[in-house]
Design a protein around this ligand. Structure first.
Ligand code: GLV
Length: 327
């Protein structure tokens, strides 16, 4: 009998066809996420699952899925899944790193540029019919070239941010729990500094850590006060890395100059204070949302799921120890 998979959203044709060729697919076509009780009910007899970050897979849900062997998240981040509970049950969790690295870095740079150069404010101005003549002092912003970029979290996406900095003659500082090797630092022209130095010296601070207990509220009032009054904060990682209420205060009181945000602390809820601040660019969590990359993420997630169901090591496991133990 082919393995059975719960897929919580219709994925692009290639990924869906791949899954259907090698498994029986119970497809929830969306767009609303499955309510928790329905997700649990449909997972009860499944061997595998392909899910999105809007699906919360907690210990209780896993307890009701005795046959489940793999949870393939279509995202690089996997804070929606209780990985410890999955590991304890011998369930493999997989994510989709690499395929979205460059696309996400493109977007974080887009947010940075849009925020510094007031692109969205300009768009609103034109649409409002206010562009009646060229104005000398209209929408002045901050230069990007020649400035200092501080990258907090120097994994794949953080490094892709650094690579792009060279084209703008931007100096790169970074901080991470793990220092990169010297060859990587040299290649990327990136200087390792402590977090306080990064906050004090950077004109743009961009966040690229996963959401972990140690990175929850990594940026709060103390950190925002350390930043330059002319600096900008960019977050295309996870909302709870920033204390959103304290960010609103920082922006209102001028501790920093602006922010470009793709993610929010209680997504999709957004702190009401952010809406009235013109110095903020708000995006709806779309950093990896290019045609090409979303297709690759979906296919990789299905490949991960099928590999586990077929007794192989998946391309990108989060908890490979589950398989190493059983092999
Ligand atoms: C998106 O947020 C992802 O983690 O891939």
């Amino acid at each position: 009998m082919p393995a059975s998979i719960l897929m919580t959203r219709t994925l692009p044709d290639e990924a869906l066809a791949l899954a259907r060729a090698r498994a029986t697919v119970d497809l929830h076509s969306g767009p609303q996420p499955l309510p928790k009780s329905e997700l649990a009910a449909r997972l009860g007899d499944k061997d595998g699952m392909v899910c999105l970050i809007t699906d919360t897979i907690d210990a209780q849900t896993l307890a009701g899925a005795p046959r489940l062997r793999v949870i393939a998240n279509v995202a690089v981040g996997y804070n929606n899944i209780d990985v410890a509970a999955a590991t304890a049950r011998g369930i493999v969790v997989t994510n989709t790193p690499d395929v979205l690295t460059e696309t996400t870095a493109d977007f974080a740079w887009a947010l940075l540029m849009a925020t510094a150069r007031r692109v969205v404010e300009g768009d609103r101005y034109v649409r409002a019919g206010k562009f009646t003549r060229w104005e000398w002092d209209l929408l002045w912003g901050a230069d990007v070239h020649g400035k200092t970029l501080g990258i907090l979290g120097f994994g794949r996406i953080g490094r892709a941010m650094a690579r792009r900095a060279r084209g703008f003659a931007v100096r790169v500082l970074y901080h991470d729990a793990l220092r990169a090797d010297l060859a990587a630092e040299r290649d990327l022209a990136a200087t390792f500094v402590d977090k306080a130095t990064l906050l004090k010296e950077s004109d743009f601070v961009t966040l690229h850590t996963p959401l972990l207990p140690e990175t929850h509220h990594l940026i709060g009032a103390d950190e925002l006060k350390m930043m330059k009054r002319t600096a900008y904060l960019i977050n295309a990682a996870r909302g709870p890395i920033v204390n959103e209420a304290q960010l609103v205060q920082a922006l209102k009181d001028g501790w920093i100059a602006g922010a470009g945000l793709d993610v929010y602390e209680e997504e999709p809820k957004i702190h009401p204070g952010l809406f009235s601040l013109p110095s903020v660019v708000l995006a709806p969590h779309i950093a990896s949302a290019s045609y090409e990359t979303r297709g690759k993420m979906a296919t990789l997630a299905v490949e991960n799921c099928l590999a586990v169901l077929e007794g192989k090591m998946p391309p990108t496991p989060v908890n490979p120890e589950v398989l190493r133990k059983s092999h």
